[in-house]
Design a protein. Structure first.
Length: 78
């Protein structure tokens, strides 16, 4: 699996995860794979399409982190 395929697969797993207790692990895995892909960009030219896909993925992961933080906070107020 190439780094391009890997980050996309791990990103999909994070976005599609329905178990909040596994969400942080999924987000971290996706972010690590994206960082590896960005590192690869420094030695190769990235296509604007893939670059945009990565930026969109990072935005979505940021939103998922905020949702996770809300979920974790609401667990303690029940």
């Amino acid at each position: 699996m190439t780094t391009g395929q890997k980050w996309r697969e791990l990103y999909k797993r994070a976005v599609l995860e329905t178990d909040w207790s596994k969400m942080d692990e999924r987000i971290q895995a996706a972010e690590s794979a994206i960082k590896a892909k960005l590192k690869e960009f420094s030695s190769q030219a990235a296509t604007s399409e893939e670059n945009q896909a990565i930026m969109n993925a990072l935005d979505k992961l940021k939103t998922l982190r905020a949702d996770l933080a809300f979920w974790q906070g609401s667990k303690h107020t029940d």
